[in-house]
Design a protein around this ligand. Structure first.
Ligand code: GLA
Length: 750
C-alpha cells in the first residue's frame, strides 16, 4: 500500500522538487502492525468525505452553502455508520451568523467571520473578501485532494490529505493558486484547520522554553478565547514548540483517554492558534505566523503551505506521543522508514571551546575511540579567524594556524581509529568581523539605514537572496567534496532582527519569511542528494530549531545546550511529547556542570543520556582510568539497547514534571523482544522507598527475564516474570540518596 501519493515521478515539498531524496517517502509498508486498512471515500449522495485510517476516523461534508463542514474526528467508526448531510449551524443571533459558528475545514476571511481564518488575501483593487466554496475532489489510495474556489475571483485552493495507515496521522496542507490577472497578497494562511468534537471539558498541553530550558510541558483548561503558540523569531524558536495535544480535563491517566494532537512542519516564524468560539467549539489553525506577514503571490503562481500533521489516540498523551514517534521514524526522517540508529558520538565543544587544534583534537579522538565512540565531531572554531565568537563566521576556510595541513590529517587519524568524522557549521550567520561581511555588507537581513542588531556578535545572512543561497550551498558542497565528512552539525545561534530585504520591490520584501526557509530546506535537500552518505544534525543554540519540517531533512537534533543530566530529564521528557528519542542527542558532559554547578556521578550522567541518542561531550583529558572503565562499560551497554531506546515505544512511567522526586521511562522494542527501563531519584526523603514501577506495553502472557543493567533491583525481584506480573505487581528498585539512577532490562523468553 502506498503511503503518500507522489505527484508525477517527483515528490513536491513546499514547492521544491527533489525526486531522489523524497522517493523514500513513497514507500510500501508491510503493514505488520496494521489492524484495519485505510479507506478514503466520498459519498456522492450525502456529499460526505470519510477518511478511516488505523484507529481513527475523520469525517466532513459539503453543506448547503457549499462549505466544507467538519463532522467527526476521533476513534474509528464502523464502516456501516452513516452520517446525515452536513448542515450549517442554525443562526443564533444577528451577531453570530452560521458562517462564523459552523466548524469548517478551511475558511477564507470574508462575509461574516470572527474566528481565525484559514486564508486571508488582499487583492490589488483593495478587495479583501474571500469566500471559498467546494468545487471538486480527487481520491487516490491514501490521498485525498479537494479543490475550492472563491465565489467570483480566480483564487483556487487545493486541500491535501494524506492518511498514514499505521498511525492514522493525517498530513494536511493547502495550495493557493492565483489565476487572477494580477498579483495578490496573502496575509494569513493556514496549512489546515482542525476541528474538535463539541465539548467543554478540554485541556490543552503545549511546550514552552528558552535557551537552556527547552520543552517545558504546560497544561491549561480550554475556555472561550484563543491561545496562540508561536514564533516571531524567523525560525522555529524555543519559546514554543510547534505541537499541541488536547484531551479531556477529567482524564488524568496519561495512558488512557481521547487525545487530539498535531505538529506543524515549518521552521520559519509560525503560529498555532487554539480557539474556543462563542459556541465553545474548538478549532486549531496552523501555518506561517501572520504577524508582519504578507506573501506576494504573482499572477499564475502557487503557494504551497507547510504540512500540519494531526492525529487521534484513545491511549492518552502517552499513546499520542508513540503515534508521533512512529510516524516520524517511518514517514518523516530522511532515512524513513528505516532510519539508522544514531552512532555514539564525541564532540569536543564543552572540553575545548574555540581552542581546537590538530594535535589537541587527535589526542581527544584517541581517547574517544578507546571507549567505543563511533563518530568524532569537531565543533566551532576550526575555520576563518575564529578564536572567539567575535569573528570568523562566514569565512569557511580551514584556519591555517590551527590546522596547518588542512583537515585531512585529523580526518585520517579519526578514520584510522575506526570512527567517522563530523564537523560544525553555522551557515546562515556572519560576524561583522569577517571577510564575507566586509565584502558583502548587503547580504544580511536589514532595513536600509537602520541599526543592525548583533546577537552573539553576529548578523543573519538573508538566505532568501539567490546570491546568499548560492554562497551557502557552494561552501558546504565544497567542504563535503574536499573532505571525507560523514556528519554536519548545522547550528543557528540567534533569532532575527530587522527582517528587511531592501534589494527587492517593497511589496515582495515580506516574502523573506517564507523564501528564507524554502532556501534553507532546498540547500539541505540538495546537499543530501549530492552527498547521500552525509548525516545532518539540526542545532540552534540548543533546541531552537526542532520541528517536523527540519526533521524531513536532518537525521537528529540537539535538544538543548543544557547538558546537566538532571535538568535534561525534564527537557528530554518534554521533548518526547512531540519528538522521537531516536533523534534526541544527549551528551555526557563534565561534572560539576557549567549550568548549575551540580555534581552528578558519571553513571547518572550516562543513564540520563542513554534515554536518547548517546553522545559524549566531556573533557576526556581530565578523566581518570576508572572513568574510562565506566564509560567503556556503559557505551557497550548502550549499543546493546539503543535500537529499542531510539526506535521502540516509549512509556513515560513517572514524569519529572511538577518537581517530582522520581522519573522513570520504559522503552519497548518494536517487536517486543525486550524492554529497558531507566529510573532516577532526585533525593530521598524520610526513608520512603522508591515507588513501585508498573511496566507497560508487554505481552501479559509472555515471560521476561529481569536483569539490572546498572544499579540495584530490590532483593525479592524474581529472575523471570510474566508481562501481567510486571504490569500489575510491578518491579521495585533499590534507589536511595540524592541524584541516584539505575536501569534494568527485560528480555522476553521464547
Ligand atoms: C551553540 C551550540 C553548541 C556549540 C556552540 C558553538 O551554542 O548549541 O553546542 O556548538 O554553539 O559555538
Amino acid at each position: 500500500m502506498r503511503l503518500f501519493r507522489s505527484q508525477s515521478s517527483a515528490y513536491r515539498f513546499f514547492g521544491l522538487t527533489f525526486s531522489t531524496l523524497f522517493a523514500a517517502l513513497a514507500i510500501s509498508f508491510t503493514a505488520a502492525a496494521q489492524t484495519l486498512p485505510t479507506h478514503i471515500s466520498f459519498d456522492p449522495e450525502t456529499h460526505i468525505f470519510r477518511i478511516d485510517s488505523a484507529d481513527s476516523s475523520y469525517i466532513f461534508g459539503v453543506n448547503e452553502s457549499e462549505q466544507l463542514q467538519a463532522l467527526y474526528w476521533g476513534k474509528r467508526l464502523a464502516d456501516s455508520d452513516r452520517f446525515s448531510p452536513a448542515k450549517s449551524m442554525p443562526e443564533v443571533a444577528s451577531f453570530d451568523a452560521p458562517s462564523t459558528t459552523t466548524q469548517q475545514e478551511y475558511i477564507g476571511w470574508g462575509g461574516v467571520l470572527y474566528v481565525e481564518p484559514s486564508l486571508k488575501i488582499t487583492f490589488p483593487d483593495g478587495n479583501r473578501d474571500l469566500r471559498l466554496k467546494y468545487l471538486s475532489n480527487h481520491i487516490d489510495g491514501n490521498h485525498l485532494s479537494i479543490q475550492m474556489k472563491d465565489i467570483s475571483r480566480e483564487i483556487y485552493v487545493t486541500l491535501n490529505y494524506d492518511a498514514d495507515g499505521e498511525t492514522g496521522i493525517l498530513r494536511r496542507s493547502a495550495e493557493i493558486e492565483n489565476r487572477t490577472g494580477g498579483p495578490v497578497s496573502i496575509e494569513e494562511v493556514s496549512a489546515a484547520t482542525w476541528n474538535l468534537p463539541r465539548g467543554t471539558d478540554y485541556r490543552l498541553r503545549y511546550l514552552t522554553g528558552r535557551w537552556a530550558g527547552e520543552n517545558t510541558v504546560q497544561e491549561q483548561p480550554l475556555n472561550p478565547g484563543k491561545t496562540v503558540l508561536e514564533s516571531r523569531r524567523g525560525t522555529t524558536g524555543a519559546q514554543n514548540a510547534p505541537w499541541f495535544a488536547i484531551d479531556h480535563r477529567n482524564e488524568n491517566d496519561s495512558e488512557h483517554g481521547d487525545v487530539w494532537f498535531g505538529a506543524l512542519g515549518w521552521s520559519g516564524s509560525w503560529q498555532i492558534t487554539i480557539e474556543q468560539d462563542v459556541l465553545q467549539q474548538v478549532r486549531v489553525n496552523g501555518g506561517p505566523n501572520s504577524f508582519d506577514f504578507a506573501y506576494h503571490l504573482a499572477k499564475g503562481a502557487k503557494f504551497q503551505t507547510p504540512y500540519f500533521y494531526g492525529g487521534y489516540s484513545d491511549q492518552g498523551v502517552g499513546g499520542a506521543s508513540r503515534l508521533l514517534h512512529r510516524y516520524e521514524l517511518d514517514s518523516i526522517l530522511p532515512q524513513a522508514p528505516k532510519p539508522k540508529v544514531r552512532p555514539v558520538l564525541y564532540n569536543s565543544w564543552e572540553a575545548t571551546g574555540f581552542d581546537v587544534t590538530e594535535t589537541g583534537q587527535m589526542a581527544l579522538a584517541e581517547k574517544a575511540a578507546s571507549i567505543g565512540v563511533e563518530r568524532f565531531v569537531i565543533d566551532d572554531g576550526w575555520f576563518g579567524q575564529r578564536k572567539t565568537d567575535h569573528a570568523g563566521l562566514g569565512d569557511w576556510y580551514v584556519n591555517p594556524q590551527k590546522f596547518p595541513n588542512g583537515l585531512k590529517p585529523l580526518i585520517d587519524k579519526v578514520h584510522s581509529l575506526g570512527m567517522d568524522f563530523g564537523i560544525w557549521v553555522e551557515p546562515e550567520m556572519v560576524n561583522p568581523d569577517s571577510d564575507l561581511y566586509r565584502k558583502h555588507p548587503d547580504w544580511v537581513l536589514n532595513f536600509d539605514g537602520r541599526p543592525r542588531t548583533e546577537r552573539r556578535n553576529q548578523l543573519v545572512l538573508n538566505l532568501a537572496r539567490p546570491d546568499v543561497r548560492a554562497y551557502v550551498y557552494g561552501f558546504l558542497d565544497k567542504l563535503l567534496n574536499e573532505n571525507q565528512i560523514a556528519f554536519l552539525k548545522w547550528d543557528y545561534n540567534r533569532n532575527w532582527s530587522e527582517p528587511g530585504w531592501p534589494a527587492v520591490p517593497v511589496d515582495e520584501q515580506k516574502n523573506v519569511y517564507v523564501d528564507f526557509i524554502r532556501n534553507y530546506y532546498s540547500i539541505l535537500a540538495e546537499l543530501r542528494e549530492k552527498h547521500p552518505g552525509v548525516e545532518i544534525e539540526s542545532c540552534s543554540g540548543g533546541g531552537a530549531r526542532v520541528d517536523l519540517g527540519v526533521m524531513h531533512l536532518t537525521d537528529e537534533v540537539w535538544p538543548s545546550d543544557n547538558t546537566d543530566a538532571f535538568d535534561r530529564l525534564l527537557i528530554q521528557n518534554g521533548f518526547t511529547y512531540a519528538y522521537t528519542p531516536g533523534v534526541m542527542m544527549a551528551w555526557v558532559t563534565d561534572s560539576p556542570t557549567w549550568v548549575n554547578n551540580r555534581t552528578l556521578s558519571l553513571q547518572y550522567r550516562f543513564l540520563s543520556s542513554m534515554q536518547g541518542s548517546l553522545g559524549i561531550g566531556a573533557n576526556l583529558n581530565k578523566w581518570t582510568p576508572e572513568d574510562f572503565d565506566t564509560a567503556k562499560k556503559m557505551v557497550a551497554q548502550y549499543k546493546g539497547i539503543r535500537e529499542t531506546v531510539q526506535h521502540g515505544s516509549l512509556y513515560r512511567i513517572i514524569t519529572p514534571e511538577h518537581d517530582s522526586q522520581q522519573s522513570v521511562t520504559e522503552s519497548v522494542a518494536r517487536d517486543g523482544h525486550e524492554a529497558v527501563v531507566f529510573a532516577f531519584l532526585h533525593s530521598s526523603r524520610e526513608n520512603y522507598p522508591y515507588p513501585r514501577i508498573h511496566l507497560h506495553g508487554l505481552n501479559p502472557t509472555a515471560r521476561y527475564r529481569i536483569t539490572s543493567l546498572d544499579g540495584k533491583l530490590a532483593d525479592d525481584t524474581p529472575e523471570t516474570a510474566s508481562g501481567a506480573w510486571l504490569e500489575n505487581r510491578g518491579v521495585d528498585v533499590d534507589l536511595k540518596g540524592d541524584f541516584q539512577a539505575m536501569s534494568f532490562h527485560l528480555e522476553r523468553l521464547p
